[in-house]
Write a protein that binds this ligand. Structure first.
Ligand code: HEC
Length: 225
């Protein structure tokens, strides 16, 4: 016996066509994209959306301060110093360090070299924060990247409050300095320490203490790449 006759196939096709809806006329019609510019649908302006009623206040308050919320001055240039709401202090940098450790170091690494654990596991390596281009970029740039995202890095605006984004941006500057410090920035005490580093502790025993073991493991891990 044949599995299905020609007639049944045709019937089946018709049923399917009816179920999926054979009426492209309504689906393929002209339409506007949301907020499409240059389309004056309501005759109120060059947009497919209605204009805001005069005096409208955004939910959760208006974020009119470009410097604080967007990292740019009134001319649209990136800030080269913290906005006036932020005071540079040891406390702020500590907060930045802590937040950086939570949100950024998994990819950018503790020193900002772009070698965090996620990168070691295969994610795209970001540029080292101590690369000349980034050393020269203003502090507002770091705030902007965290706020809007950058290439494959997503935005942190919904996760990190504005104040903390500034604290992190300030801390990135600390990281950059830590990798490019010149001797004249050190106190005499630190300079002395750098010149005469304390002798490394050698553990008693079989010659290979804990530290030596760790070191070997690291070398092995590197070799795998
Ligand atoms: C999930 C991994 C990841 C995390 C977490 C992350 N980033 Fe990134 N970041 C990247 C990658 C990847 C790039 C490069 C993106 C590209 O080039 O497409 C990047 C780029 C950047 C840049 C731009 C560098 C340039 O080349 O101009 C800055 C600045 C930056 N990140 C800062 C931060 C800060 C600050 C944090 C923490 C709030 C953070 N990132 C968290 C992955 C990450």
């Amino acid at each position: 016996m044949k599995w299905m006759s020609m007639k049944n196939w045709v019937l089946c096709g018709l049923v399917l066509a009816t179920m999926t809806g054979c009426h492209p006329d309504l689906w393929n019609q002209d339409r506007y994209e949301p907020l499409e510019s240059g389309a004056s649908v309501f005759g109120e302006g060059e947009s497919s959306a209605r204009m805001l009623v005069e005096g409208t206040v955004p939910y959760q308050g208006a974020k009119l301060d470009d410097a604080y919320y967007r990292g740019r001055n009134t001319n649209g240039e990136l800030l080269t110093a913290l906005p006036e709401q932020m005071t540079l202090s040891r406390e702020l940098l500590k907060r930045g360090q802590e937040r950086y450790g939570i949100y950024c170091s998994p990819c950018h690494g503790d020193q900002g070299a772009g070698d965090g654990m996620i990168v070691q596991r295969g994610f795209v390596p970001p540029t080292n924060f101590s690369a000349p281009r980034l050393l020269e970029s203003p502090v507002g740039y770091y705030f902007e990247v965290m706020t809007n995202g950058f290439g494959r890095m997503y935005s942190y605006a919904s996760r990190i409050p504005v104040e903390d984004r500034w604290a992190i941006a300030a801390y990135v500057r600390v990281l950059q300095l830590s990798q490019n410090a010149t001797p004249d920035l050190l106190t005499d005490e630190l300079l002395n320490k750098a010149k005469n580093p304390p002798a490394p502790k050698v553990e008693a025993g079989h010659g290979a203490g804990h530290e030596a073991d760790n070191h070997e493991n690291k070398e092995e891990a590197k070799g795998e790449h």
